[in-house]
Ligand binder design. Structure first.
Ligand code: CTP
Ligand code: CA
Length: 210
């Protein structure tokens, strides 16, 4: 199972809070795993990406809550999960049923935390299931990534570097470091997301083989 893309959190019937995630990383990993023979359940937030391989079952969701529900429903039937989605950390507490009008001198939206999907999966995963997370950090990158690995009960975490130009959101390239729960760390060069997907799948297979 793979989660990908951004989530959209509803403010009113015509507006949402979102983020710049394109979904490319998750779709690339889905294609690579499908080519390797896996049946892939791809849970995607709003994304213009297309799933091509027939072994990919794409499930479209919009909000963090919907992604949470779809993930918990499908994970028990999967060998593992790769959480690439850029899930909103906060959502409007009281989304409005009618459009917010312009006639306001100021306007505050109260936000409430969303559920941590990766951590919830980490809580229920069995010994035979693997869990790979992603981390997007702007400071204390390696330390924060390792903390997330432990906190969410992950087997591997892929650190994305936003400090490198050409890497991350809305780019076709990515520069990653993979940390393993067994203590290993591997740095990769700036590469296309298709090549990065190949590296991640190769690491996952190597981790599993051990
Ligand atoms: N994640 C998730 N559900 C959330 C938030 C994050 O499944 N509600 C997953 C992401 O898909 C990613 C990992 O958790 O695999 C780390 O996401 P990140 O945003 O880097 O970490 P957070 O735990 O949200 O912490 P913060 O944003 O405060 O750094
Ligand atoms: Ca976050």
């Amino acid at each position: 199972m793979i989660t990908t893309g951004p989530t959209y959190e509803k403010i009113d019937p015509v507006r949402f809070i979102g983020n710049f995630s394109s979904g490319k990383m998750g779709f690339s990993i889905a294609e690579k795993l499908a080519e390797e023979g896996a049946q892939v359940t791809l849970i995607s937030g709003p994304s213009a990406c297309k799933a091509i391989h027939p072994n990919i079952n794409r499930i479209d969701v919009v909000s963090a809550q919907e992604m949470y529900e779809a993930s918990l429903e499908h994970f028990p039937h999967c060998d593992g999960a790769i959480m690439t989605a850029a899930v909103a950390d906060f959502t409007p507490l009281n989304p409005l049923n009618t459009k917010v009008k312009r006639e306001k001198s100021n306007y505050t939206i109260e936000l409430t935390p969303t559920k941590d999907i990766a951590a919830s999966i980490g809580n229920i995963k069995s010994e035979n299931q693997f869990l790979v997370g992603f981390a997007l950090e702007t400071n204390n990158e390696e330390q924060n990534a390792q903390l997330k690995l432990e906190k969410k009960n992950l087997d591997l975490i892929v650190l994305n570097s936003l400090n490198d130009s050409g890497a991350g959101f809305q780019h076709d390239t990515n520069k990653i470091t993979i940390f393993s729960r067994k203590g290993g760390m591997k740095k990769f060069e700036l590469k296309s997301k298709t090549e990065v997907a190949e590296d991640i799948v190769a690491e996952l297979i190597a981790y599993y083989a051990e």
